[in-house]
Design a protein around this ligand. Structure first.
Ligand code: SF4
Ligand code: SF4
Length: 274
């Protein structure tokens, strides 16, 4: 295809420009990295290191974004190139300038099997090792870009209106999102089919967020540290051997507060003071 050839040429030209710029501007950029506070809610491409390490490792070359835009699969049926998923942050945005990110409601990640964005990364900021399965193959299902969260109050499925847009859009159909059947007690004769996200499978690609039919998406992707809680080592699933193991390896932590002086029964019977 002629346009593919042109794009490839443009890509190579930009690659050399980028590498040159990165070499020249590395020190300036790292200065920016310290000075500019990035939004903690930003979503990074597949394989990204933890945010703090990612910001140190990423040289802002833009190769991931180029690879995403120029990937073979990024054409419409009519042969037109679609926008890429990965944007490079420009000034005035709530993301550290020059770093790659994506906004699923605009363009989600299409979970390419060959993960060209991560393969193109020269710095290890997108760590290809985290995207390799037990058979030694690239495996996009290992990506953890974020985690989809459902806002029940605005999801119309929780109102009893039939909608399975997110469920159908999910590339890991019936694995990352399942539909849970519940009787609609209000009408007594209808059922709710409720979307449930499974955090051990969801990659955070955002195809569900893109597909959601509500004005502002009722299902959306957040970085994992902002979409998950932690029970702590003092809560144990007694029926689960693996959880027993988790607690056996836990460090003992003593927290001393005013309450430590009292018996539990005493402070539980006290009124709450604000
Ligand atoms: S895996 Fe996602 S981010 Fe990476 S190239 Fe494909 S669509 Fe773009
Ligand atoms: S993530 Fe990698 S490829 Fe993307 S801008 Fe940073 S260093 Fe370049």
């Amino acid at each position: 295809m002629k346009h593919a050839e042109n794009d490839r040429r443009k890509f190579l030209a930009r690659t050399f420009q980028s590498v040159g710029l990165a070499a020249l501007g590395g020190m300036v950029w790292s200065g920016y990295a310290d000075a500019v506070k990035a939004s903690p809610l930003v979503l990074r491409p597949p394989g990204a290191l933890k945010e703090e390490d990612f910001l140190k490792a990423c040289i802002k070359c833009g190769l991931c974004s180029e690879a995403c835009l120029n990937r073979e699969s990024n054409f419409t049926k009519e042969g037109k190139r679609r926008p890429g998923t990965i944007e490079m942050a420009k000034g005035g945005e709530d993301v550290l300038i020059g770093t790659p990110y994506f906004v699923p409601r605009d363009v989600p990640c299409y979970m390419c099997d060959d993960i060209p964005c991560a393969v193109a990364c020269p710095s290890g900021a997108l760590d290809i090792k985290t995207l390799i399965n037990d058979d030694g193959e690239l495996d996009i299902t290992k990506a953890r870009m974020g985690l989809a969260v459902v806002h029940k109050e605005s999801c119309v499925a929780f109102w009893g209106i039939q909608c399975d847009a997110c469920y159908r859009a999910c590339p890991l159909l019936d694995e990352a999102i399942t539909l849970e059947y519940q009787k609609n007690e209000r009408t007594g004769k209808h059922a709710f089919l409720l979307p449930v996200v499974h955090s051990d499978v969801c990659t955070g690609c955002g195809l569900c967020e893109k597909a959601c039919i509500t004005e502002k998406p009722a299902i959306f992707v957040l970085p994992i540290e902002h979409s998950t809680g932690k029970a702590g080592d003092h809560y144990i699933k007694g029926w689960d051997k693996a959880d027993d193991e988790r607690v056996r390896n836990a460090k003992e932590i003593h927290t001393v507060t005013e309450r430590s002086e009292k018996e539990a029964a005493d402070y539980l019977n006290e009124g709450i003071e604000y």
